[in-house]
Design a protein around this ligand. Structure first.
Ligand code: NAD
Length: 411
């Protein structure tokens, strides 16, 4: 099933449980707007490539649309639509006043020269300008885009409106109106969700054994914060392989090793493949790399009792069913990795107020949001007798539908 069909199916599953009307289902099952535009790019050799740019805005019901921009050769309109719908649900789960959006440029961005990268980003931004704005749609980084791209897009927008407008985009460098605490926000949010889950269960997180797949931004910060909370990180991996040490890995030393060598393999502990890592005996498995990592073929071999989804979509629908039948709790991506968009929201609030919060304030507010959201999802799961993913969707779709009803008596 394609990402888009999958996204629509997930909506239909909970829409029936919520008793949504046919018109509400139809309204939520499509983005409110999808913009597709040509993006001419001048290459260093003097030639011009005409690229395709996309921005899907799934919902404005709860506030301006919010979502990242990815630059990748595999981007499709359907993928961007699916990602925009998932952003709507994610923002609603953590109860921040945004709808969902996503943008894409079909391009092999990594193959471009530094000058071509800047021209590509600015060219995409210029075609995007009429569709975004601090009160309308606020983009952010996604695959292959980061602080530098956000600064270029912000610069284009500021020239377009005639004054600096940092609130048009988030994920900016701190020197350029970004927020402290954004870099670590997603991994920290994963750790806070796990911490709250064990508190609700009246079980200590201390000494719980954690396995982390993917040791990039999200995986490293989840490892760092979970180990500070007293959990033991027994295995980590990246695309080139992993390491395992039953007595626990020194996370700071592992991050230093990864920074120096570009890989986790070679670090203290026994070498392990990514397949073996997912099947290790442990309490918590945090997939923080790719979508589809846990699927129909390996879900039965997962030994963790809790899966914390740092990545987007790391568990397939088939694996979800197997894990549920085996009583494994999945803390779903729309909750567990929502720390990133939450601090993006904080960045936007600071930009609009012309304030800069301290890192202490950002961490405290993120903690409040993640704990309250985890409690909300847990309550729905208990009340309705459903797993945490379905609970998160029930909560999110109901919140969005309730907002739509406030202005649309015809839906
Ligand atoms: P990243 O590029 O910093 O790190 C990704 C890591 O995954 C790298 O260590 C890479 O080597 C590893 N990896 C890639 N293929 C792998 C494989 N086959 N097996 C094991 N490891 C593999 O990316 P990130 O920002 O940490 O994002 C990771 C995931 O989290 C993605 O799914 C992303 O969409 C999701 N996410 C990120 C954020 C954020 O704020 N960065 C927010 C929400 C969701």
């Amino acid at each position: 099933m394609t990402a888009w069909k999958n996204a629509q199916q997930q909506l239909f599953n909970v829409a029936d449980q919520l008793g949504l009307s046919g018109s509400m289902k139809a309204f939520l099952a499509e983005p409110e707007a999808v913009h597709v535009f040509t993006v001419p790019l001048s290459m260093d050799d003097g030639s011009t490539q005409v690229l395709t740019g996309i921005r899907a805005q799934h919902s404005f019901a709860r506030g301006p649309a919010k979502g990242g921009i990815r630059f990748h050769p595999g981007v499709t309109i359907d993928e961007v639509k699916a990602l925009s719908m998932w952003m709507t649900w994610k923002c609603a789960v953590v109860n921040i006043p945004y709808g969902g959006a996503k943008g894409g440029l079909i391009i092999d961005y990594k193959a471009l020269s530094p000058h071509e990268k800047e021209r590509a980003t600015r060219a995409y931004a210029r075609r995007l300008l009429p569709y975004i704005g601090p009160d309308f749609d606020i983009p952010a980084p996604d695959v292959n885009t980061g602080g530098r791209e956000m600064a270029w897009i912000c610069d284009e927008y500021s020239h377009y409106v005639g004054h600096p407008e940092p609130a048009v985009i988030t994920g900016k460098p701190v020197e350029f109106g970004g927020s402290v605490g954004r870099i670590d926000a997603t991994g920290r949010g994963v750790a806070l969700t796990v911490q709250r889950y064990y508190e609700i269960r009246n079980e200590p997180l201390e000494r719980k054994r954690v396995v982390i797949q993917g040791f990039g931004n999200v995986g490293q910060w989840a490892a760092r914060v979970l180990s500070k909370m007293g959990a033991i990180i027994i295995a980590i991996s990246d695309s080139k392989g992993g390491v395992h040490a039953e007595e626990g890995l020194n996370v700071e030393a592992a991050i230093e090793h990864k920074e120096q060598t570009g890989r986790v393999s070679g670090f203290a502990g026994s070498e392990i493949s990514n397949e073996e890592l997912l099947e290790l005996e442990c309490d918590i498995l945090a997939p923080c790399a790719l979508d589809g990592a846990i699927h129909g073929k390996n879900a039965r071999k997962v030994k963790a009792s809790v899966i914390a989804e740092g990545a987007n979509g790391p568990t397939t629908t088939e694996a979800d069913e197997i894990l549920q039948s085996r009583k494994v709790t999945v803390l779903p991506d729309v909750l567990a990795n929502a720390g990133g968009v939450t601090v993006s929201y904080f960045e936007w609030v600071q930009n609009r107020q012309r304030l800069a919060w301290s890192v202490h304030d950002v961490h405290q507010k993120l903690r409040d949001v993640m704990r309250a959201s985890t409690d909300d999802v847990c309550r729905v799961a208990d009340d309705k007798g459903v797993n945490w993913r379905i609970a998160a969707y029930l909560l999110a779709v109901e919140r969005v539908a309730a907002a739509v009803r406030m202005t649309r008596s015809d839906i």
